[in-house]
Design a protein around this ligand. Structure first.
Ligand code: SF4
Length: 73
């Protein structure tokens, strides 16, 4: 059974992160994208506001920043 995030194939984060920080990108994928995407900051905004509202530079572990964005909307 898979628990891969529904955004995985088109998540903007990995276009740049994989190229610049491959080990960090892999770590995020293992922790969030293939496991606990409900706690990913990017996913939180995607689910509530939609893909267009996810900041390009938002990392999955920035839940506090995501909550601030959600509180402001
Ligand atoms: S970074 Fe977050 S939103 Fe993007 S694919 Fe991974 S879990 Fe989903």
């Amino acid at each position: 059974m898979t628990n891969t995030c529904e955004c995985f194939e088109k998540c903007d984060l990995f276009d740049c992160a994989t190229a610049k920080l491959p080990s960090t990108a892999k770590s995020f994928q293992d922790k969030y994208c293939r496991n606990d995407h409900g706690n990913c900051a990017r996913y939180m905004i995607f689910k509530k506001l939609g893909r267009d509202f996810v900041p390009a530079d938002l990392f999955p572990n920035e839940r506090g920043r995501a909550l601030t964005i959600l509180d402001a909307t």
